[in-house]
Design a protein around this ligand. Structure first.
Ligand code: GLA
Length: 377
């Protein structure tokens, strides 16, 4: 693109992906989650270009770019552009201070891998434009507008976890977030002598076209049945297993299993927070395995490749626990592995995975990292 010839970026933004230690699909049920940012990220370089409304965006990884006029923002047929366009649309609704800009995007964060590359794209752009033009948006406003952009332009009816974790995380901590009140606790996490190892199934998902939105609708069906007996209930967050059992006869088997998972998963987040505080790593691992069982059997958002890797990890006593992380239908499994056993574990997993699925397994170590940052150049 032509703008690249005279590109002198003024600002650089680092926008991280996230892992979620536990608490999957609880965010849109107004429950608890326990995510943190990781050091894999999207990097934005930005400059004002002096125009009122003309913007240029170019992504180095795909060697693709596009131009936008801020007066005529509309959905694109090209998927990744919608994350950008949705954010511009939401910012334009909130402030008249946005002007033309040029932006390049680079990334070492795998897409469709359950590590929230979409939230990193949305929030990083919002963060950068806020800084570049002094828009005066607070961090939580940027988180919320990015979530809305995901709903309206990308088509995933997501909760708030990914955007929140990408922006708000602190190194060395996981965030215990109450997705109803948005109250949060920063929990220090020290797993030594264990490491967090991600195994990427390379089964890539697009949540907008997956059953993600179906799961959300199933939870809503569950709530409306429970509300007949318990009108005060607003979300599955307010329901316990006893209440669910009382309403069981009114719901079909699928809806009952979806609700069972969410209620149990919400409890697991609180148990996990306690286990971390007590440095009870055995319990940390046990909760991960329990969670995966629910993800796979009751909530049915796993896939055979993720199930295979979680099962494989069970044969290694040096792995405390594992589960699929993120929205599901593939992506990465998160494994807690003894430091001195990492190499042996990933080598054996790669051989077994190749044999079973003919896919080259990718792996990396992650640790709880800082949320979004911006730096003037
Ligand atoms: C995706 C969504 C999140 C959350 C997770 C599942 O990552 O964007 O809001 O629902 O799935 O926990």
């Amino acid at each position: 693109m032509q703008f690249l010839e005279n590109f002198k970026p003024e600002l650089i933004v680092e926008s991280p992906g996230r892992i979620n230690l536990i608490g999957e699909h609880t965010d849109y049920n107004m429950g608890y989650v326990l995510p943190t940012a990781i050091a894999k990220k999207i990097i934005f370089k930005l400059q004002k270009n002096g125009s009122d409304t003309h913007c240029n965006i170019y992504t180095l990884g795909y060697d693709q770019g596009f131009e936008i006029d801020l007066n005529t923002i509309a959905k694109s047929k090209i998927e990744w552009q919608n994350y950008i366009l949705g954010v511009l649309n939401e910012i334009s609704k909130r402030t008249a201070k946005l002007r033309g800009f040029d932006c390049t995007i680079e990334s070492n964060l795998p897409t469709g891998s359950g590590l929230s590359s979409s939230a990193a794209l949305e929030c990083g752009l919002a963060f950068g434009l806020n800084e570049l033009f002094g828009l005066g948006l607070s961090k939580i406003e940027m988180v919320e507008l990015s979530q809305i952009a995901e709903h309206t332009y990308a088509g995933t009816q997501c909760g708030i976890m990914d955007q929140y974790a990408s922006v708000m995380s602190e190194a060395g901590h996981v965030i215990l977030l109450d997705c109803r009140s948005l109250e949060r606790g920063m929990i220090p996490i020290d797993l030594q002598p264990y490491k967090i190892i991600l195994l990427n199934t390379k089964v890539s998902h697009n949540l907008a076209t997956s059953e993600y939105n179906v799961r959300k609708a199933e939870c809503e069906q569950g709530i409306s049945i429970i509300q007949k007996k318990y009108p005060e209930v607003q979300s599955l967050r307010d329901v316990d297993q006893e209440m669910l059992t009382e309403c069981k006869a009114e719901m079909n088997e699928t809806i009952r299993r979806r609700c069972t998972f969410i209620i149990a998963e919400n409890q697991r987040v609180l148990k996990m927070a306690k286990a971390l505080e007590a440095n009870n790593l055995e319990q940390v691992g046990k909760l991960l395995y329990e969670a995966h069982e629910g993800i796979s059997k009751d909530y049915e958002v796993s896939c055979k490749e993720s199930d295979f890797l979680v099962d494989f990890s069970k044969s290694n006593p040096q792995v405390l626990g594992a589960r699929q992380t993120g929205g599901g239908f593939g992506g990465c499994t998160l494994n807690i592995v003894a430091e001195n056993a990492v190499e042996g574990f990933v080598t054996a997993a790669a051989i077994a995975y190749k044999k079973a699925f003919d896919i080259d397994l990718e792996w990396f170590e992650v640790s709880p990292s800082q949320g979004t940052t911006a730096r003037w150049l």
